[in-house]
Design a binder for this molecule. Structure first.
Ligand SMILES: C[N+](C)(C)CCCC(=O)O
Ligand SMILES: O=C(O)CCC(=O)C(=O)O
Ligand SMILES: [Fe+2]
Ligand SMILES: [Zn+2]
Length: 456
């Protein structure tokens, strides 16, 4: 049943207002892992039925070597010529493991510091040309290897199977670890919404929140107390927040002598926060304490979706924005004084060409433009093409935060903005914000997944 779901995941799809989603990600054990978490959440009112990946290749129908209910080992064979250990699984399928890798990952107390789950074996101690003396399956179904120096390693079948080198198994494990599959959306998205207190107190709700934050990129939390300190409370649910020159948390208000365009009542065009840093914050929280009567609506787009669309519609512009490094600057004083400079691609892609981060804030884009004269106009037309694409009504999401609402979003993926608003002295618009990084969020996500589902 789940295999069918995964096969369907290969279809490129978007999240629509009409569709009800459920995250179907299969763990390398054949059971629904992340999937069940979202759909069984008491809090995240999933107005979705199918949450399908897009932007990364979904796992191909997995070979028997990649999945299955942790079968035992039928037999092992040393392939001397290739220096590979062949493990034949009960049921069907086999996996191959290089001798060097096996020796490197010996789990014995001499080679592994068990209390840290870390390798104590030094690379200088590793013979990368090692052979084996003998291999066997033990009585308790472990794979035992005696090395030429008579050091012995024992490997658990489940541990081995998870680490199978077949392309399908590697892909499944990498998806389980990093959840890089995204569900793209446009103006039709119904923002996944959960209850703030439930996320704070219920592990299932917290897991569903973070899964949706990763996959969709934006989750709305309702019912937060209307007082400062809530973004800090929420960040403690994960670990710790990301300190920047704007402070541990920061107050978005119309301020005199504003040190940032965000601290005015003006319109903010679609932007990611803090491209003036070489490592911009991965996740952003914004908590509404007071809203303007008129104006102040929020806008958001799926920057990855837009980048992929740009790649198709205007490949030259895409190439320009992924290859030219743009200068950003931020000078002022807040938590302390600062003079920040960075060089970032507007669109960052990884070595496989997948979009991994958007870096764009027109306010902090530097007047210093480190380009040869003949590339300047091409840079502007490329940026214009990307921004015009994002600003199309069918791509942009609009919502208005009310006191007690707290929006959490992927600052590496979404671009957000706000409409201008009228400042009233008696009713000042006030949002409190905080940043986190993805490493910490993913860490909490893995722990929650393990505790909620008992998975590794
Ligand atoms: C909201 N604030 C002031 C902390 C950051 C604004 C984002 C930026 O300057 O890139
Ligand atoms: O005022 C808002 O709604 C958003 C503020 C913002 O984008 C920022 O502070 O960077
Ligand atoms: Fe912002
Ligand atoms: Zn050892």
């Amino acid at each position: 049943m789940w295999t069918t779901t995964i096969a369907r995941c290969t279809l490129p799809t978007m999240l629509k207002r009409s569709s009800v989603l459920a995250c179907h990600v299969l763990r390398a054990g054949g059971r629904p892992g992340w999937a069940a978490a979202i759909s069984s959440s008491p809090s995240l009112h999933l107005t979705w039925r199918q949450l399908r990946g897009h932007g990364t290749q979904a796992p191909a129908p997995l070979a028997s070597t990649a999945l299955g209910d942790s079968p035992g080992v039928r037999q092992v064979r040393a392939l001397e010529q290739e220096r590979l250990l062949e493990v034949e699984w009960e049921g069907s399928g086999q996996s191959l493991y290089p001798y060097t890798w096996l020796r490197d990952n010996c789990q014995c107390p001499l080679c592994t510091l068990q209390s840290a789950q870390a390798r104590s074996l030094l690379l200088s101690q590793l013979d990368i040309h090692t052979g084996v003396d003998r291999v066997q399956v033990t009585d308790n179904n472990k794979v035992s290897i005696v090395w030429p120096d008579q050091h012995t390693s024992e490997f658990d079948p489940e541990w081995l199977r998870k680490r199978c080198f077949s392309p399908a198994a590697r892909q499944a494990l990498q998806e389980e670890l990093f959840l890089n599959e995204r569900a793209y959306w446009d103006s039709e998205l119904r923002i996944p919404t959960a209850n703030f207190e439930e996320v704070l107190h219920d592990d299932k709700a917290a897991l569903a929140w973070l899964l949706a934050l990763r996959r969709v990129g934006i989750v709305y939390l309702k019912g937060a107390p209307v007082e400062q300190g809530q973004v800090a409370r929420l960040s403690q649910r994960i670990g710790y927040l990301r300190l920047t020159f704007y402070g541990h948390t920061w107050q978005v208000q119309d301020k005199s002598q504003a040190n940032n365009v965000a601290y005015t009542s003006g319109k903010l065009g679609l932007h990611t926060d803090y491209p003036a840093l070489h490592y911009p914050p991965g996740v952003q929280f914004l908590h509404c304490l007071s809203q303007a009567g008129e104006g102040g609506e929020s806008e958001a787009v799926d920057g990855f979706h837009m980048a992929d669309q740009l790649r198709r519609e205007d490949p030259e512009a895409f190439k320009t924005l992924t290859s030219l490094r743009v200068d950003f600057t931020d000078t002022g004083s807040d938590y302390c004084d600062f003079m920040v400079q960075s060089k970032n691609h507007i669109i960052d892609v990884d070595s496989d060409g997948r979009v991994v981060r958007i870096n764009y804030n027109n306010a902090t884009r530097d007047s210093v433009l480190d380009l040869p004269l003949h590339q300047v106009q091409a840079f502007y037309s490329s940026l214009k093409a990307y921004v015009q694409l994002m600003t199309r009504p069918e791509n942009m999401l609009t919502y208005k935060m009310e006191p007690g609402d707290l929006v959490t979003f992927d600052n590496w993926r979404l671009l957000h903005g706000r409409k201008s608003f009228q400042s009233h002295p008696d009713r000042v618009r006030h949002l409190e914000g905080a940043y986190l990084d993805w490493d910490e969020v993913m860490s909490r996500l893995r722990i929650l997944c393990k505790s909620v589902h008992g998975e590794s």
